[in-house]
Write a protein that binds this ligand. Structure first.
Ligand SMILES: Nc1ncnc2c1ncn2[C@@H]1O[C@H](COP(=O)(O)OP(=O)(O)OP(=O)(O)O)[C@@H](O)[C@H]1O
Ligand SMILES: [Mg+2]
Length: 338
């Protein structure tokens, strides 16, 4: 019997320090240390994020190994996010992984963070068959893709301005909510009226998205009231404003997917990235795939947000194909998927 493949994945592209172990393609552990400190600044402070990664990465890796019941000497390969993301944050993970690779004498592979989000679907049971369409909705990206096989990607459409997660966070800031506001808006919207206010839906030709308009319209809607009245709305009708805003974003996200199903005939749909945790988006995407006799594939909640399990999953495939990265690999904040 051949010895098992034991892959350690490392993710430090933004403000989550994460490590995970995959044994023979199966997830054995996943540890994420989220940096709460950024909430007081209303957004991620790059310098603070890099320092926190450096401080916590060893502890997070040791916990991932212990949770998986393996030691460093059992590892057969390493996978690390090398872009896109914050340069200082990426450098911590990449440098650490290169050093570990040399120290242990095992190969490592650089993984694109977005490929990681797409690979999170490989950890769902069952995983979606190829081809499938995938809506990538995160803090930095909004893309509708057709996935024909591992690393065989076609971008059908993408946002021309803000990402969906960015829209949630920016509108959250306008509403006085803590960063990141997506989860809070989701929670508040559950008790609100989606028909309270009709925020405009931007629908571009083809499969592209735009979310800058909705952000501005929330701001204009509130600023149209005198300060006292505005404060009253935020006190009495916060849930309704959140529900109306969220419904508009979900409408805008779902419409191009519906068109793509019609035009490509592909009915197996993946939903990945931080915003895939949104309960209303999940429900509406499920309604859509049910209505066409297709299927929706969404990672479990802990794998929607940034994590290293998805990086290890993508790395596992690449390393199994005998791919590895050279020690000259560098962090690339603007790394493109294709
Ligand atoms: N339940 C939710 N509803 C809406 N948005 C959510 C929810 N949970 C998380 N988000 C949003 O998801 C985003 C974070 O997702 P993720 O961690 O994948 O993004 P990122 O890694 O910063 O960006 P990228 O993956 O594009 O580099 C934040 O904008 C957050 O507000
Ligand atoms: Mg992400």
């Amino acid at each position: 019997m051949s010895s098992p493949s034991v892959i350690l994945g490392i993710e430090t592209s933004c403000d989550d320090t994460a490590a995970a172990v995959i044994v023979d393609g199966k997830l054995a552990s996943s540890v994420v240390s989220s940096q709460q400190i950024h909430a007081i600044y209303g957004g991620v402070v790059p310098e603070v994020a890099s320092r926190a990664h450096e401080k916590w990465l060893v502890t997070v890796v040791e916990k991932a190994l212990a949770d998986a019941g393996v030691s460093k000497s059992d590892l057969t390969g390493l996978a690390v996010t090398h872009g896109p993301g914050l340069i200082g944050s990426l450098m911590v993970g990449v440098s650490f992984t290169k050093a570990l690779s040399v120290g242990l004498g095992i190969p490592f592979v650089g993984v694109n963070h977005l490929e990681g989000h797409l690979a999170s679907l490989m950890l769902t049971d069952p995983a979606p068959p190829f081809p499938h369409l995938c809506l990538v909705v995160s803090g930095g990206h909004t893309q509708l893709m057709q996935i024909d096989g591992f690393a065989s990607y076609r971008i059908l459409g993408a946002t021309r301005d803000d990402a969906a997660g960015e829209a949630f966070d920016k509108v959250g800031k306008i509403l006085g909510l803590e960063y990141p506001a997506g989860p809070k808006i989701d929670q508040l919207a559950a008790g609100g009226n989606t028909a309270y206010h009709a925020f405009p839906r931007t629908r571009l030709k083809g499969y592209d998205y735009s979310f800058s308009g909705i952000k501005t319209s929330v701001l204009y809607y509130l600023n149209a009231f005198p300060e006292k009245e505005r404060d009253q709305i935020l006190t009495d009708s916060m849930a309704d404003v959140c529900a109306s805003f969220q419904e508009a974003v979900v409408d805008m996200l779902v419409a191009p997917v519906k068109a793509a199903i019609r035009e490509t005939g592909v009915k197996q749909i993946g939903l990945v990235g931080g915003v895939s945790a949104n309960s209303r988006l999940r429900a509406r995407m499920k309604q859509l795939t049910d209505s066409v006799g297709g299927a929706l594939f969404v990672p479990e909640m802990t794998l929607c947000m940034d994590n290293a399990a998805m990086i290890a999953a993508a790395g596992h495939v690449r390393l199994t194909q005998n791919e590895s990265s050279p020690l000259t690999l560098t962090a690339d904040p603007a790394l493109k998927l294709i």
